[in-house]
Design a protein around this ligand. Sequence first.
Ligand code: FAD
Ligand code: MLT
Ligand code: ZN
Length: 479
Amino acid sequence: MSHAIHDRAFRDLLGSGGVVDDPERISTYVTDQRQLFTGAPLAVLKPATTEQVADIVRLAAHHEIGIVPQGGNTSYCGGATPDASGRQIIVSLERMDKIREVDPLSMSISVDAGAILKNVQDAAASAGLLLPLSLGAEGSCRIGGNIGTNAGGLSVVRYGMTRDLLFGIEAVLSDGTVVSDMRKLRKNNTGYDIKQCFVGSEGTLGIVTGAVLRLAPLPIRRSTAWLKLARGVPLAELLALVRRESAELLTAFEFMTARSIALATDAMTNPPSVCAGAGGAVLAEIASSSRHLDVDELMEAVLAEAIESGWIEDAFLAQSGSQRTAMWQVRETIPEGEKRRNGSVKHDISVPLSSIQRFLELADTQVRSYDTDLELSVYGHVGDGNLHYNVLVPPDADRVEFTKRIESSLSLQLYDTAAALGGTFSAEHGVGRFKKHLLERYGDFGRIAAMRRIKTAFDPADIMNAGATVRPLRNATLA
Ligand code: FAD
Ligand code: MLT
Ligand code: ZN
């Protein structure tokens, strides 16, 4: 089938609004977020309904055309970028962006998979509820992509990952079958939990078209504190103290080194005057939906205890909404700060909380013995044992070349260290195309075998996002 015939078939299915023509617009879909790779899709399609998604999948399956589902294209692992074969189409969910229903008493929200995360948060807030998923890319990433990557972000310490927020799903399988399970149930033990298969599957099992997400009471009181850490602070112990004494109201515990803070403040027009202590800084927040709790008083008592232990040099509380926002802006601007400086080689590691300190010590030694001139930007969701241990690309270096060099040498040493401590090479960003070799290197043989069997069951012909994560079995073997 020629390119022109495909084009006509897609237009017949979707109408002209469903096929992206303009080469300039196409270019925004084909390059990954970190601008490391540009694919060559056969077409970029934008279905408007679940039926249209199913029609596309059936047509693609019939003609053995590969499909790369795409949300906001903010994946850090090249998971939403097609390969260079010209045999894959991008299916962007961006036209399927509706909030279907907010049910305040069931504490759930039902949405199209193309809904932008920020819009879903806002819709929940209008009903006095919280969608407890928050990340720097929330203005552009979409719920289908959050499910595809099992996104984590800034409030996992209290509410869990995307996986923990999913009540129901609607998805199109690789033969066009629609799984329709948009339930609002917290309990539903009726066999395999199919919706969870899609979480973290990075588009390799089917296309998610809708989701029901769990909401929480909207916090109306927040206490946000900037902690200047003492040198050698035992982060896990500090976290344990804050968590215990704040009665599980802790919603964020974000670590930042002085270098990461400086990158962020350099990129801000009106940065607040915050800085790190000798051991870095933590942005901690406790929040309550109750009017009867004085969260500032609670936070002050917790911090007094931490200061007494000698773990923090100093701490101050945001005195207003704008101070709170400014503190958060520093944390959330770090990725942009890295980008402006020529980017970073990202290491999204996690280790058991008890090993965070050990990881930092060992990794630091590895970096210094690799190259004393390397600069780091280290920060992350320490409350979840997750560090972004990023190596800054020198301003005068070729970003892609430098990234390749570090990823084939130092990165492996760092991941080995994380693995030796019982940790992982990808805490929240996924595997995609860029980290497949790491899955092979660190993944347990049996676990990969099980993943390939699941892939084979869902997508034997490897239509769905071929090249990402794992491939199906060939002739029922692991070859
Ligand atoms: P995309 O990038 O479009 O796709 C991601 C994967 O999901 C791809 O494999 C794609 O094929 C698949 N997919 C997309 N839509 C669907 C669908 N409808 N059905 C099936 N599969 C689908 N991540 C975190 O976890 N925590 C963070 O704190 C965080 N911060 C970030 C900050 C910035 C500034 C940026 C740029 C990224 C950040 N990320 C973070 C990474 C990224 O935002 C998340 O992985 C996000 O969940 C991806 O959503 P997306 O809509 O952009 O998905
Ligand atoms: C974050 O937490 O800011 C992101 O996951 C890390 C990044 O953008 O590199
Ligand atoms: Zn993160």
